[in-house]
Structure formats: structure tokens, C-alpha cells
Design a protein around this ligand. Structure first.
Ligand SMILES: Cc1cc2nc3c(=O)[nH]c(=O)nc-3n(C[C@H](O)[C@H](O)[C@H](O)COP(=O)(O)OP(=O)(O)OC[C@H]3O[C@@H](n4cnc5c(N)ncnc54)[C@H](O)[C@@H]3O)c2cc1C
Length: 360
């Protein structure tokens, strides 16, 4: 059985960023990823400007800008009755941009490989055992051994479930996502539109395609899909990707020899478009902690530092997340905010600025 310093389950932004930083630090690093890349995933495809410093450290900022993308100039909030408020987004090199996850995630995973991580795609982790080292078993019967295990396997994390950390599934909202032809004159805006049944997020991802997300509940999601079919003139056989839950309680991010990062640790409301940032950054923080432990730093103090740094990453932001969640869970409340913002735009501008510009 091959032995690694660190095994990372999941090769999304959290897992790839962690793997790249671990491999760069000289650790024997393994990534086990269920899918074969490139693959799409349910996401609005928008990169919050806070991602740039992590992408710079990964040596990827320019390569991300070289991918087909759209530079986003404004966010347009639309109330149920159609009234709108437009807020400008920061401009310049480090602006918010949208890029398909098939391209972005593939680039990140390649970066991990370039730094020396061993990446196994099409490999689903099924079982874990811990006795000193971790023994990780895959669906195809392969086994790997690692000193440290990282759960980077998304909101329905198998690692968290197998370690009895995942909260019991609650009845939760559902998201649908598709790439559809870009409507003419759509412009370089993100649209966040409240609808009676939930909400929709829309953003161009290149010259020809629009990312379209719908968020509702099990009983309302088919009506949202019908709304999208009418509104964007798409056919009833349009394929949609789907995901649930949109919310769940966080999971403790550090245990003995086990770190949980990205969505696996904490799921944030997609409305604010920050999940990829948290994934990239928590991947970097986890890699720092493991590197320190392997180089001889006291394990408990390295884990405490990691836990503190993760909490710091969310500090002052979770209330915005709760506000967004309230707005989208009751679209009439969200619409009320849009109306209020038409006469008092400063508040919405301030909230948007908090989300898209962060002191690091
Ligand atoms: C509707 C919607 C819109 C969103 N829009 C945005 C947005 O515009 N901007 C933004 O920043 N964030 C957005 N997000 C959030 C963002 O998609 C996530 O926060 C981000 O993908 C988290 O990255 P991750 O690496 O933690 O997990 P993921 O990207 O989910 O990656 C996890 C990986 O683990 C793999 N995996 C899972 N189980 C196993 C297993 N057992 N074995 C091996 N591999 C496994 C999966 O195949 C996957 O590749 C949105 C989310 C939703 C639901």
C-alpha cells in the first residue's frame, strides 16, 4: 500500500489548492477525486475578487485570466415585481470575473499535479480506518495510507459522514444550474432576481454562454424551471445539474490528523458568491498547518492556529450570509430590500462592497 504524508479527498478548489500548497512544501501528497476532469458543477461560476491573492500565491492568476471568461461590471438586483437596483462592481485587473468550473477546477487540479501531487481521478472514497495512520479505501478496492487526511469533498462530504461529523440531512432547498445560449445584449452584469418561488442567478461566462442558476424548494423548483424556460426561451429538455443542501450546520474543521476544508466544513449561501474563495483559502490554511506539523511543530498548537485562521476568514461576514439567506428564503423580504435600496442605495452598495472587497 502506498503511503503519503497527506491524502486529500476531493479535487475541487479546496482540495486542489491544499494539494498544490502541500506538494510545493515538499509533502508526499495524494488527491482522490470521484469525477474525471474537466467536469462542470452546480455553481454560479463567479470568482469573488478575494480569490486573486490566493491565485497569485498559486502562480495561477494570469492563467485564470487567460481562460475564456467574462469580466463582470455590475450586479443587478431584481425584485419580484421587476423593479431593479444596479450596483457597480470593482474594476481593474482584480475585478470579479466568471469562468466555467470545468475550466477553473481543471486548471487548479493541473497545478497540484505540476507541483508534484499524485492525482487519481475517477476514484471514489468509500471507507476510512484510523490507527496511527489513515487507511483510505476506494470504490474500486484500492487502498492508500496517509499520516493526515483532508476532507475536501464538498457539502455532502463522505469524509465527514464516515467520521460521524456530518449533521443529519434536513429538508433543504435545491439548486439547478445550466449553461444556456447568452441572450443578446445581456451585458457584463450578474443578475440576482427574486421570484415568487425562490431566486435566480445569471452571469455570462464567455462570449456565447450564460450561467443560469435557480434556487427553490422541492415543491417549487419545477415552477422555477418553467419560469426559466419561458424567460430564456429554452426547451423543456434542457439538461440541468442539481445539488442540495444549500445550507447546513458547519463541521469542526480540525480533529487529530483530520482537517475539513471548503464546503465540506461550512456551506455558505450561494447568493453572495463567496464559496470558491473560502475553499481556496481554507485549502491554503490547511496546507500551512500540515506542513508545520510534519516539520515538527507541536500538533495541537498548529491545529489551534488553523481553527483560529478559519474562524478569522469568516469573521464579520457570517451576518451578511444570514441576511442573504433570509432575503432568499423569503423572496418577498428580498424584494422589499430591493425596493428600500432604490431610495437608499447606500446600504446595498455597502453590503456589496463588503462581499467583493476584503482586506487580507
Ligand atoms: C447554486 C450555487 C451557486 C454558487 N455560485 C457560486 C459563485 O458564483 N461563486 C462562488 O464563489 N461560489 C459559488 N457557489 C459555491 C461553490 O460552488 C462552492 O463553495 C465550491 O465549489 C466549494 O469548493 P470545494 O472544493 O469545497 O467543493 P466542491 O467544489 O464541491 O468539490 C468537491 C470535490 O469532491 C469530489 N468528491 C465528492 N465526494 C467524493 C468522494 N467520496 N471521493 C472522492 N471525491 C469526492 C467531487 O467530485 C468534487 O470534485 C455556489 C453554490 C451553489 C450551490
Amino acid at each position: 500500500m502506498e503511503a503519503f504524508d497527506v491524502a486529500i479527498v476531493g479535487g475541487g478548489p479546496a482540495g486542489s489548492s491544499c494539494a498544490a500548497f502541500c506538494a510545493l512544501a515538499g509533502l508526499r501528497t495524494l488527491v482522490l477525486e470521484r469525477e474525471n476532469f474537466p467536469r462542470e458543477k452546480v455553481c454560479g461560476d463567479c470568482l469573488n475578487p478575494s480569490c486573486w491573492p490566493v491565485l497569485e500565491r498559486l502562480g495561477l492568476a494570469q492563467r485564470v485570466r487567460d481562460l475564456p471568461h467574462s469580466k463582470l461590471a455590475s450586479v443587478e438586483f431584481i425584485a419580484i415585481d421587476g423593479h431593479k437596483v444596479i450596483v457597480d462592481l470593482p474594476i481593474g485587473g482584480n475585478c470579479e470575473l466568471s469562468v466555467k468550473r470545468s475550466l477553473f477546477d481543471d486548471l487548479l487540479l493541473k497545478r497540484a499535479r505540476e507541483h508534484g501531487a499524485q492525482v487519481r481521478e475517477g476514484t471514489t472514497v468509500k471507507a476510512l480506518a484510523h490507527s496511527g495512520n489513515w487507511k483510505i479505501e476506494t470504490a474500486t478496492g484500492e487502498s492508500f495510507s496517509a499520516r493526515t487526511l483532508i476532507g475536501a469533498d464538498g457539502r455532502n462530504s463522505t469524509v465527514a459522514r464516515l467520521c460521524n461529523l456530518l449533521p443529519r440531512p434536513a429538508r433543504e432547498r435545491v439548486a439547478l444550474q445550466a449553461h444556456i445560449p447568452l441572450p443578446r445584449n445581456f451585458g457584463r452584469r450578474v443578475v440576482l432576481q427574486f421570484l415568487r418561488e425562490g431566486y435566480s442567478g445569471q452571469a455570462p461566462v464567455n462570449e456565447t454562454e450564460l450561467n443560469l442558476c435557480l434556487v427553490g424548494t422541492a415543491p417549487t423548483i419545477s415552477r422555477l424551471r418553467q419560469w426559466a424556460e419561458r424567460h430564456f426561451e429554452i426547451t423543456a429538455n434542457q439538461p440541468w445539474r442539481t445539488i442540495t443542501p444549500l445550507t447546513r450546520s458547519p463541521v469542526p474543521c480540525a480533529q487529530e490528523n483530520l482537517l475539513i476544508i471548503g464546503d465540506a466544513a461550512r456551506v455558505v449561501e450561494p447568493f453572495t458568491g463567496e464559496g470558491i474563495y473560502y475553499a481556496l483559502r481554507s485549502g491554503q490554511l490547511a496546507a500551512d498547518a500540515i506542513t508545520k506539523i510534519i516539520r515538527g511543530k507541536d500538533r495541537q498548537s498548529a491545529l489551534r492556529e488553523f481553527t483560529r485562521a478559519c474562524a478569522e476568514m469568516y469573521r464579520g461576514r457570517l451576518w451578511i450570509n444570514r441576511l442573504a439567506r433570509a432575503a432568499v428564503s423569503w423572496p418577498r423580504v428580498g424584494s422589499f430590500f430591493v425596493h428600500a435600496a432604490r431610495s437608499q442605495p447606500a446600504l446595498l452598495k455597502l453590503l456589496t462592497a463588503r462581499i467583493v472587497s476584503r482586506e487580507l
